[in-house]
Design a binder for this molecule. Structure first.
Ligand code: ASP
Ligand code: MG
Length: 403
């Protein structure tokens, strides 16, 4: 079998005929080498949103399985249109939908996880055609219903296909030149990163650097697939997301990320005894609500305060759950705030550089930004701050660490 190259193109790369021609130019490159190509496509820009809005007109609570059946059509349109065009250009190709491979997933409609991909079937199809145009974002569950992988899920489709075929690399084409040190819309000094480790990318992606779906990076890390994020509209190399190496470790901070989708919840005066945290966070987890930062204060007179963050969309549901626990855990007050955001500095180099936190805190002080919560990991320092200071905080942290 020839070498197989996996390329994924996002919605802005397939938004019209002209852009699709650019996509085709990128596909021709490996074809000219004699390689076979798997092209994973997103829906045309705006299409998934349009379909979601349509569903909302029909129902306040659209049935999740029908919802997936609906939103997955966006990708079906792209792959069919692209394949038509490519065939007219003399390329041997066909479109393939998730269930036709199949890309098997669990049945969490709207955020399904890939369980298995029939790579044999893909290889068979590649014996017939030179290019397979695979619909991203979609799969099929054990009972044959269509599922989708969550917003941005085509990235994960592409990396999963690359992993299944043991491809060494997956190219993710988008409308920006790569992954930046921070959001260029906020900070003019932001620049493209040449190489970044999986773990750093996970932190960047989970905090608003919306270039890659988080799950795709987890997949890439697990199966050691190098991901090349690059622009459809230029030949310039983009950003390699790959295993960590010593060059990366030499850099103190690789990027500054932020996440405005944060809401803060505080339980004041919780009785401090074993099992209280378990009682609070178990129902939250059971309702599939993701908790990010958690801080518990030292207790005073047998009571303590517990503060944590969730996404803004989950705030109401979280508060309801906690109100339901009042009898059990006996807190004195329940506070919440939607006007908060999180800024983070990220870098594998933090492991062996000291003083990063102090330097970040001084930068925040110099701009008079109050820090509400702090959390750290080996390669990340995050501060929760008032929402309105987000841009300022990002700029000052970027200037302090990245320059
Ligand atoms: N079309 C889907 C979305 O907009 C999946 C993707 O583009 O990756 O979320
Ligand atoms: Mg995307």
């Amino acid at each position: 079998m020839k070498n197989i190259v996996v390329q994924k193109f996002g919605g802005t790369s397939v938004r019209n005929l002209e852009c699709m021609r650019q996509v085709l130019n990128n596909v021709r490159r490996p074809l000219a080498n004699g390689d076979k190509v798997i092209v994973v496509l997103s829906a045309m820009a705006g299409e998934t949103n349009r379909l979601i809005a349509l569903a909302r007109q029909w129902s306040d609570h659209p049935d999740p399985a029908e919802m997936d059946s609906l939103v997955s059509t966006g990708e079906q349109i792209s792959v069919a249109l692209f394949s038509m065009m490519a065939k007219d250009e003399g390329i041997k190709c066909r479109s393939v939908l998730g269930f036709q491979i199949p890309i098997e997933t669990d049945n969490s409609y709207g955020k399904a996880r890939i369980e298995d991909i029939d790579s044999e079937k893909l290889l068979k199809m590649l014996e017939i055609d030179d290019v397979l145009v695979v619909a991203g974002f979609q799969g099929v569950d054990a009972i044959g219903r269509i599922t989708t992988l969550g917003r941005g899920g085509s990235d994960t489709s592409a990396v999963a296909v690359a992993a299944a075929l043991k491809a060494e690399m997956c190219e993710i084409y988008t409308d920006v030149p790569g992954v930046f040190t921070t959001d260029p819309n906020i900070c003019a000094e932001a620049r493209k990163i040449d190489r970044i480790s999986y773990d750093e990318m996970l932190e960047m992606a989970s905090m608003g650097a919306k270039v890659l779906q988080i799950r795709s990076v987890e997949f890439a890390k697990k199966y050691n697939v190098a991901v090349h994020v690059r622009s459809t509209f230029s030949d310039e190399p983009g950003t390699m997301v790959t295993q960590e190496d010593t060059v990366m470790e030499a850099v103190q901070v690789s990027g500054v990320a932020y996440d405005k989708d944060q809401a803060q919840v505080t339980l004041v005066g919780v009785i401090d005894e074993p099992g209280v945290c378990a009682s609070i966070f178990t129902p939250i987890a059971e309702n599939k609500i993701l908790v990010d930062m958690i801080v518990q204060n030292p207790s005073k007179d047998g009571r303590t305060d517990i503060t944590f963050t969730v996404t803004r969309a989950d705030l109401d549901a979280t508060l309801k759950l906690i109100e339901g626990l009042k009898g059990e855990i006996g807190y004195q007050a329940l506070l919440s705030d939607k006007n908060v955001s999180k800024v983070s500095v990220i870098g594998v180099g933090m492991r062996n550089h000291s003083g990063v936190a102090a330097k970040a805190f001084r930068a925040m002080r110099d701009e008079n930004i109050n820090i509400l919560m702090i959390s750290t990991s080996e390669i990340k320092l995050s501060c929760l701050i008032e929402d309105k200071y987000t841009e300022l905080a990002v700029r000052t942290l970027h200037q302090t660490f990245v320059g």
